[in-house]
Design a protein. Structure first.
Length: 110
């Protein structure tokens, strides 16, 4: 069984820097327990999250900023709707351009 470890020990065990661990916590990706004095303590669950996050980045070539944004999309319904709407409109814009191009081709052929 793994006892809880401090930020320095968690960094050493997982290959993340202590600074990056604070960044991950700030963005809600890996949130360790805090002692009454405010020290971060990483348990087995958090250490496993750190290892699987590193694996996810390697396997898919994903930057942390993209994962942070994906996590924000999951938490923020308004942002999710806005992005979904924009993506749908962007997809429709391609169809509209193709339609206009075909229309102009038909006019030129007539």
């Amino acid at each position: 069984m793994v006892d809880e470890v401090t930020v320095g020990a968690a960094a050493a065990r997982t290959g993340w820097s202590a600074r990056m661990l604070r960044y991950l916590e700030q963005h809600g990706l890996v949130v360790p327990r805090r002692t009454p004095a405010g020290y971060r303590l990483y348990g087995l669950a958090e250490l496993n999250q750190l290892r699987t996050l590193a694996d996810l980045r390697r396997r898919f070539g994903v930057e942390l900023a993209a994962i942070v944004f994906a996590a924000r999309l999951r938490r923020d319904a308004e942002l999710r709707r806005a992005v979904d709407g924009w993506l749908a409109a962007a997809a429709d814009a391609g169809s509209w351009i193709e339609w206009e191009q075909r229309k102009h081709e038909r006019l030129l052929a007539a």
